[in-house]
Design a protein around this ligand. Structure first.
Ligand SMILES: [Zn+2]
Length: 130
């Protein structure tokens, strides 16, 4: 039995096919299991992490993503999205004093956002794009 990593292309195909079968997959772990089952064949046992599958699904816009968050206090504010690695943009609002106040951060690459308290992704819900 050999171990070989499937290409991003193989994984992307498996993600699309899993989601068209199931319509909705309500956790990253579940999507991982389904995709691994799909890319596995008789000769090869593939090792693909849940994180890699999630990253491909999001960066290639293969899925619609809904995020559930839990809040945590920051040790320091983020510069990069914890989900897709894109740059975060500041969400600002004007104050009555004419200045601006930072309300939070929003990702330029996916739907992640956070207030000044950190939104930690707690659950991913993937649905097929139609
Ligand atoms: Zn992002």
């Amino acid at each position: 039995m050999s171990h070989k990593l499937p290409s991003d292309e193989d994984i992307a195909k498996a993600i699309v096919s899993c989601l068209s079968e199931h319509g909705i997959v309500n956790s990253q772990k579940k999507l991982g299991e389904l995709v691994r089952r799909k890319v596995k064949d008789e000769q090869n046992s593939y090792v693909v992490s849940d994180r890699r599958i999630r990253r491909i699904a999001i960066s290639r816009k293969l899925v619609d993503l809904e995020l559930k968050y839990k809040e945590e206090k920051y040790s320091n504010l983020p510069h990069k999205c914890p989900i897709c690695g894109s740059r975060l943009k500041r969400l600002k609002n004007m104050t009555i004093f004419g200045g601006t106040v930072t309300l939070g951060y929003i990702c330029s690459g996916c739907r992640y956002w956070t207030g000044l308290k950190r939104n930690v992704p707690a659950r991913y819900i993937f649905t097929s794009r139609r």
